[in-house]
Design a protein around this ligand. Structure first.
Ligand SMILES: [Zn+2]
Ligand SMILES: [Zn+2]
Length: 230
C-alpha cells in the first residue's frame, strides 16, 4: 500500500491556532498552513519528518494565523501566499497586536496571492482554493486531496491513493458547532453564511474538516448539527 499523506496539526500561540503541516511521504514535499506562532516547533516537525517546505499559506491574516510567516519564510525560503483581499489586514499588524495586547510579530512583504479556483501542489497532493469571505474579506478554505494528475514528480509505485481521506482546512470560517466571528474589521455575517452555504456545504458529507481552532468535524455533521446553519 502506498504511504499516506503526512498531516500533523499543532496548536500554536496564545490563541491556539491549528497549524497544519502536510507532507508527501514519497517525495518529502510539504506545505505549511497557518503558521501563527512557534516557528521552531514547526521546523522541528519538518526536520523530524524529513520534509522540504515548498509553500506557506495562511487561511486569513489575523495575527494568530500569520505571526510565524516571516520566520518560517526566513528559515525555509518557501513562498508565502494569502488572498489579496486580506493584505491590508496583514499590513495593520500593529493594530491587531494592540487589540490583543501582545507584541507585534515580524511582518514581511507578501507578493504572492491565491484566489478562488487556484490549486497549490506539493508532491502527489494538491489543495484547491475556495474564497470564503465573511470572517475576513480574504478568508480562504483549502480542499486537500490526492493530486488529480497523479504521479507528477513522484517516484514510480508511489502514487497517492484513494486511502487518503480528502480534507478541508476551513480556517476561522467554519468550526465544530460554530462559525467564525464577524464583529472584527472587515467581517460580515451575511457573507460568512453565504460562503459556508454556497461553497463549504456544497462539499461531500464525509469530508473531514480541520477548523482554525478546536477539534475536527465533517461537512455532514455541521450540515446536520451546526446551529448557525439551520
Ligand atoms: Zn481569525
Ligand atoms: Zn484564529
Amino acid at each position: 500500500m502506498a504511504p499516506r499523506l503526512i498531516h500533523e496539526v499543532i496548536r500554536v500561540g496564545m490563541l491556539q491556532c491549528n497549524c497544519s503541516i502536510l507532507g508527501d511521504p514519497a517525495t518529502g514535499d510539504a506545505i505549511v498552513v497557518d503558521p501563527g506562532d512557534e516557528v521552531e516547533r514547526i521546523l522541528e516537525i519538518v526536520r523530524r519528518r524529513g520534509l522540504t517546505v515548498r509553500t506557506i499559506v495562511s487561511t486569513h491574516t489575523h495575527i494568530d494565523h500569520v505571526g510565524g510567516l516571516a520566520g518560517l519564510h526566513g528559515a525555509t525560503g518557501a513562498p508565502v501566499l494569502i488572498h489579496k483581499a486580506d493584505l491590508e489586514l496583514y499590513q495593520n499588524m500593529d493594530n491587531q497586536a494592540e487589540w490583543l495586547g501582545v507584541p507585534t510579530p515580524s511582518v514581511m512583504r507578501i507578493q504572492d496571492f491565491v484566489k478562488e479556483g487556484d490549486t497549490l501542489r506539493w508532491g502527489g497532493y494538491e489543495a484547491r482554493v475556495l474564497h470564503t469571505p465573511g470572517h475576513t474579506p480574504g478568508s480562504i478554505s483549502l480542499v486537500v486531496e490526492a493530486s488529480s494528475d497523479g504521479a507528477a514528480g513522484r517516484p514510480p509505485n508511489a502514487a497517492a491513493t484513494a486511502v487518503d481521506h480528502p480534507r478541508l482546512l476551513a480556517g476561522d470560517t467554519l468550526f465544530q458547532g460554530s462559525i467564525g466571528r464577524t464583529d472584527l474589521p472587515g467581517g460580515s455575517f451575511p457573507q460568512i453564511l453565504a460562503s459556508i452555504r454556497e461553497k463549504l456545504l456544497a462539499l461531500p458529507d464525509e469530508l473531514i474538516v480541520y477548523p482554525g481552532h478546536g477539534g475536527t468535524t465533517t461537512i455532514g455533521s455541521e450540515r446536520e448539527l451546526n446551529p448557525f446553519l439551520r
